[in-house]
Design a protein around this ligand. Structure first.
Ligand code: ATP
Ligand code: MG
Length: 265
């Protein structure tokens, strides 16, 4: 997750505070999508938050799997635990019971540093409110995950430009987020999520802050960019249109995650 990177010094990978969060260079083996039947496995996962001296249960004994390459919509009423489920998948949050595996790896068995590194390499995250860094240009925002991963500035620039071009924003590379429309900012955020070529994209209400027409365009882009490369895409949404575009719909309710019927288009 990139929300804690808010400085403007470049390259950010040289910043000791950030380098410390990210940890040493990668040592994970590459993911072979054909050898990995499940990209996500929840094994009897429970999640409770302490609240006013008591425990507030959000998830209880939740088990399910998501296959590599699946496009999944997660529905559920406000407060049911959708963001919690996504944050557990990303290793941003830890379960209080059970195990979460991503590409076969047990997130709970990793150190914080390993988890941060794993997330940086394996997971692209798209947020409702874009979460672009306001002091960085579009290009600098997109290349940031590559810089944090230790890529050279020249290589990071080249790949980030290609990703910006793929979302139709090559001509806005030098623009700062406050000069971009909401839809454009979300396209930059999609480019940032995809630039490391992760096998898994997580999106928390990616069109929730856009008007419906722009939201549809952003959704189409996210789907196209995910399906084209066989990535798994998991989207939390309140939108029937998004649910209709998914291969599979899950619903968070009653502290559980249940299979729902795909919405009619
Ligand atoms: N850090 C936290 N500390 C305490 N309680 C939390 C924390 N994060 C979430 N919760 C609680 O967990 C429950 C589920 O929250 P979550 O954000 O996952 O819901 P959601 O389904 O994403 O809702 P929305 O549709 O409004 O985004 C809520 O009751 C919320 O108050
Ligand atoms: Mg939420």
């Amino acid at each position: 997750m990139l929300t804690f990177f808010f400085r403007s010094s470049i390259p950010l990978s040289d910043d000791p505070a950030i380098a410390d969060r990210v940890g040493p260079p990668a040592s994970f083996s590459p993911v072979d999508l054909h050898m990995t039947p499940s990209i996500i496995q929840f094994e009897q996962v429970g999640k409770a938050y302490p609240e006013a001296g008591r425990s507030h249960t959000v998830l209880r004994d939740v088990s399910f799997a998501i296959g590599a390459g699946e496009v999944v919509a997660i529905l559920g009423r406000s407060g049911s635990g959708k963001t919690t489920v996504l944050n557990l998948m990303a290793g941003i949050d830890q379960p209080t019971q059970g195990r979460v595996r991503v590409a076969g790896e047990d997130l709970g068995a990793m150190s914080d540093r390993e988890r941060t590194r794993f997330r940086l390499q394996r997971i692209g995250f798209v947020y409702q409110f874009f979460n672009l860094i306001p002091t960085l240009s579009a290009l600098e925002n997109v290349r940031l995950p590559l810089e944090l991963g230790g890529a050279s500035v020249a290589d990071a620039d080249r790949r980030a430009m290609a990703e910006l071009a793929a979302v139709g924003l090559a001509d806005r590379a030098a623009s700062f987020p406050d000069r971009l429309s909401g839809g454009e900012q979300q396209r930059v955020a999609i480019a940032r999520a995809l630039v490391t070529d992760p096998p898994l994209i997580l999106a928390d209400e990616p069109t929730g802050n856009l008007d419906p027409e722009i939201g549809d365009q952003v959704l189409a882009l996210l789907l196209e960019r995910s399906r084209a490369s066989g990535r798994s895409l998991i989207m939390v949404t309140h939108s029937r249109r998004i649910a209709a575009a998914a291969d599979r719909v899950l619903r968070v309710e009653g502290h559980g995650v249940v299979e729902a019927q795909p919405e009619p288009a």
